[in-house]
Design a protein around this ligand. Structure first.
Ligand SMILES: [Zn+2]
Ligand SMILES: [Zn+2]
Length: 159
């Protein structure tokens, strides 16, 4: 890695095999409710933002890529499955999943796309009865739990 620029934001997959960096502020942060993003993320909608190809780099590993259509490539970790990127094959920019950022709170969606497929319960989510992870898992189970998730910052490659 010969990168000398300082990243503005970093992120990566759940297992840490694939990491990336942004060297400029992302633009067009949005959620996409389209049926293809629902499938690709296994979720109600996909939070994504765009960055110029020149301001984006994979800094550890490379995503596996699946062409979900004739013009779109979706990148994901082949080891843990985390959805990472979305790219029109002829575009000068790449989309990345906001949830895979080390600090996903830093990029707030400003638009909603693909609303023809918006799930009828999507707007009800903020009003659901709420609890924290610690509040849900019994203490004895929490004590046994050892996360394998990569921490929310860059690390030295091991091994
Ligand atoms: Zn992974
Ligand atoms: Zn979509």
């Amino acid at each position: 890695m010969n990168e000398t620029r300082k990243p503005v934001l970093t992120g990566g997959c759940q297992c840490g095999a694939v990491r990336y960096a942004l060297y400029a502020a992302p633009h067009n942060p949005h959620v996409c409710h389209c049926r293809m993003c629902q499938k690709a993320f296994g979720a109600a909608y996909a939070p994504l933002a765009n960055i110029a190809n020149a301001d984006f780099a994979w800094t550890r590993g490379q995503p596996a890529v699946w062409k979900s259509s004739s013009v779109v490539e979706r990148g994901f970790c082949a080891n843990c499955g985390t959805p990472l990127s979305f790219r029109y094959t002829d575009a000068a920019r790449i989309g990345f999943s906001i949830g895979s950022l080390d600090n996903p709170a830093a990029v707030a969606p400003e638009k909603a796309f693909g609303t023809e497929s918006k799930l009828p319960w999507a707007d009800a989510v903020p009003g659901l009865p709420a609890s924290t992870t610690e509040g849900d898992i019994p203490a004895e189970r929490l004590e046994q739990l050892r996360s394998r998730q990569h921490p929310d910052h860059d690390t030295e490659r091991r091994g």
